[in-house]
Design a binder for this molecule. Sequence first.
Ligand code: ATP
Length: 200
Amino acid sequence: MALHIALTGGIGSGKTAVSERFAALGVPVIDTDVIARDSVQPGQAGHAAIRNTWGNRFLDATGRLNRRALRRAIFTDQALKARLDALLHPLIHRELTVRLKRVDAPYSIAVIPLLLEAGFDDLADRVLLVDATRETRVARAMRRDHQPREAIESIIAQQATESALRHIADDIIDNNTALAALDEQVARLHRRYLDLAESM
Ligand code: ATP
């Protein structure tokens, strides 16, 4: 059985940048955002759940999910967001469980942005937090997404706090400096995770 590491952190913290470095070392990386996107494709369980709950309200003329409409709705309607999460999170949890069982390597990295919010922490043997100051995260996310500060701040307000994440983290990557500094930190953790996997 493989060792399962959950990689988490707030918006713009650098989860993708870190997971790419693990992938480059040959580590299997499972991305929960991809699982979530797949689950709402026509024919998939998440798509059916949305259609059963809201009819055509969030579907376009071809029957595909209208992501923009859904994003707008959950932005202003907390109850709708909670309902959507309650529908999709169990599906994502189940699929993540299946993919983790299939891992054929000493350890895997699962990128789980909403680790605490979705209660997925039961799936991981260890939690790796990518950490950067709030200001750094806001600046990077604004630049990447071409969004105003308020849009990024409102997402941060919906996410688990930095202190809650630090509380559950077993390992922390400091991503406050240059991207190049990630290489050494990832290499060190890679050795550590291989050792831990060996002694399991
Ligand atoms: P999200 O949760 O929003 O998907 P994320 O945690 O995956 O974000 P990344 O996409 O990896 O974060 O990083 C956010 C942005 O900041 C990207 O454009 C990335 O290239 C950039 N970035 C990440 N780390 C650094 C760094 N150390 N120096 C400069 N830019 C960085």
